[in-house]
Design a binder for this molecule. Structure first.
Ligand code: PLP
Length: 428
C-alpha cells in the first residue's frame, strides 16, 4: 500500500461518530419521531445583528489578503488576549477558518507525539493520526476534565519514553468538551510544571473560554508558561458562529513561538490561504468587544449555565454520577450506580447505553468511547444547546428569559431527560 492512500486515511480517520449519530437522529426526525437531540455540540443561538451588519458591509472585500490575517484583526485578537491577562503582540496571532484548522496545523508543525487527556474532544486524536503522530492517552482527574491527572501524566510520560515514544505536545481543553468542567488554577499550574520538566509544548484549546460559567475562574496555561503554550480559540461557541469558521491562535512567546508561527503560516499558505476577508472584518468587530458583544456573550453564558445546571440536577436526581458543569453546555454523566439495572436490559457498554437511550427513549447522546473513554464505562456526553429552541425567535426568547428553564419547551425537555434516565435506572 502506498504511504498515503485512501485506505490509510480511512483507517486512521474512520467516518465521524458524531455524524453517524446525527444521521440516525435525522432519520428518526424525518420519520416524524420526536427525538430529544442532546448529541450535537453546536451553540444553538442566533447571530448578533451588529455582527451580521459588519459581515454584509464587508462583502466587497474579495482579495486574498495575508495568510495570518490583516493587521487590524491580529491587533484586535492581541487585545482580546491582553484583556485576559496574557500580554500578546499582533504578530503572535494567526487567524484561520476555524480553530480546528489551527489545531491541525499546530499538531502537524510542533515536534513529537501527542499526549491527550482522555476522554477528550473527538478531533485531536484523528488530527494527530493524520499528522503521522502517535497518541498517548492519560486519564483525567476526578475533579475536572480537559487536563490529565498529574500523577498519571508523570507515570505515562516515563513509560512512553521507555516504550520508544517521543512525547512532544500536550493538548489541554479549558473549559472542557466533553465533561463541561474547568480545571482549577492549581491543577493547570501543576500540569504546566510537569510539561516544562519534560520539555512538552502545550496546545491549549480555549474555544469555550468565554462560556466558562465563572469567567474569572479561567486560568490559561499561557499565563503560567507563555513560552511553551499555543492557545487556540474562535467565535464558534461564545458567539454561536460555528458556520462562519472564525478561529484564531496565539503563538508562544520567544523563539519557539516564532519558529512554529513560520511553519504554521507556511502550512496555512498551502492549505487554506487565509481566513475569508469579510469574516476578518466581522472578527475585528467582535474581538474589540464593544458593549453589545459583551452583553450578548454574557447573556449566552448565563443561558448555557442555567440550562446545563438544570440538566445536571435531573441527571443526578435520577441516580447518575456527574461532575457539576463549569463551562460551555455539556455534561458527562456516569451511570455506573445503575449498572445492575442496566445489565438486566442487556447494557454493558457506553455504546449500548447510548443505543438504548435512542431506541427506547428517543434521547440522543454520544457514548463515552467516541471521546476515547473506556468502552465498558457507562458514560456519555450530552449537550444542552439545542434545547433553547428551533427558530431564531425561540432562541432570542430563551436568551432574554429571566428563567429560561421555565419556558415550556425547555422544561419539558429537561423533564423528559430525567424521566428517561429514571426509567432505565429501574431496569424498565
Ligand atoms: N475544540 C473543541 C473542544 C470543540 O468542541 C470544537 C467544536 O466543536 C472545536 C475545537 C472546533 O471549533 P471551530 O469551530 O473553531 O473549528
Amino acid at each position: 500500500m502506498p504511504i498515503t492512500s485512501p485506505q490509510r486515511i480511512a483507517a486512521v480517520v474512520p467516518p465521524s461518530a458524531t455524524l453517524a449519530a446525527n444521521e440516525r437522529v435525522q432519520a428518526r426526525l424525518d420519520a416524524g419521531v420526536g427525538v430529544l437531540h442532546l448529541a450535537f455540540g453546536e451553540a444553538g443561538l442566533p447571530v448578533l445583528p451588529s455582527v451580521a451588519a459588519r459581515l454584509v458591509a464587508a462583502a466587497g472585500h474579495n482579495g486574498y489578503g495575508t495568510v495570518a490575517g490583516s493587521p487590524a484583526v491580529r491587533a484586535a485578537a492581541a487585545g482580546y488576549f491582553e484583556r485576559r491577562g496574557v500580554p500578546t503582540t499582533a504578530d503572535q496571532v494567526v487567524m484561520a477558518p476555524g480553530s480546528k484548522a489551527l489545531l491541525f496545523g499546530l499538531l502537524s508543525v510542533l515536534p513529537g507525539d501527542v499526549v491527550l487527556p482522555r476522554p477528550c474532544w473527538v478531533s485531536y486524536a484523528a488530527q494527530a493520526a493524520l499528522a503521522g503522530k502517535r497518541v498517548i492517552d492519560v486519564p483525567i482527574p476526578a475533579d475536572a476534565g480537559g487536563v490529565p491527572d498529574p500523577g498519571a501524566l508523570r507515570e505515562t510520560l516515563a513509560r512512553a519514553r521507555v516504550a520508544g515514544s517521543r512525547p512532544g505536545i500536550l493538548v489541554l481543553t479549558l473549559p472542557d468538551n466533553p465533561t463541561g468542567t474547568l480545571a482549577s488554577r492549581s491543577l493547570v499550574a501543576e500540569v504546566c510544571e510537569i510539561a516544562t520538566e519534560h520539555g512538552l509544548m502545550i496546545v491549549s484549546d480555549e474555544i469555550y473560554r468565554d462560556l466558562a460559567h465563572e469567567p474569572n475562574a479561567v486560568c490559561s496555561p499561557a499565563e503560567v508558561a507563555p513560552d511553551r503554550v499555543f492557545v487556540t480559540n474562535g467565535l464558534s461557541k461564545s458567539m454561536a458562529l460555528g458556520g462562519w469558521r472564525i478561529g484564531f491562535a496565539r503563538l508562544a512567546d520567544g523563539p519557539l513561538g516564532t519558529d512554529a508561527g513560520r511553519a504554521l503560516t507556511g502550512l496555512a499558505s498551502e492549505v487554506w490561504s487565509s481566513l475569508a476577508a469579510p469574516m476578518q472584518s466581522a472578527a475585528v468587530y467582535v474581538l474589540d468587544e464593544p458593549d453589545d458583544v459583551r452583553e450578548h456573550v454574557a447573556r449566552s453564558r448565563r443561558l448555557h449555565r442555567l440550562v446545563t445546571t438544570a440538566a445536571h440536577r435531573e441527571v443526578v436526581a435520577a441516580g447518575a454520577e456527574c461532575r457539576a458543569p463549569a463551562g460551555g453546555f455539556y455534561l458527562y454523566p456516569d451511570l455506573e450506580p445503575m449498572r445492575p439495572a442496566l445489565s438486566t436490559l442487556g447494557v454493558e457498554t457506553g455504546a449500548q447505553l447510548a443505543d438504548l437511550l435512542l431506541e427506547r427513549c428517543n434521547v440522543a447522546v454520544l457514548a463515552g468511547d467516541v471521546f476515547g473513554d473506556e468502552p465498558g464505562a457507562l458514560r456519555f456526553r450530552l449537550a444542552t444547546s439545542l434545547l433553547h429552541g428551533s427558530t431564531d425567535d425561540e432562541r432570542w426568547e430563551a436568551l432574554a428569559a429571566d428563567e429560561p428553564t421555565s419556558l415550556p419547551r425547555i422544561r419539558s425537555a429537561l423533564d423528559r431527560l430525567g424521566q428517561a434516565l429514571r426509567t432505565l435506572g429501574h431496569g424498565a
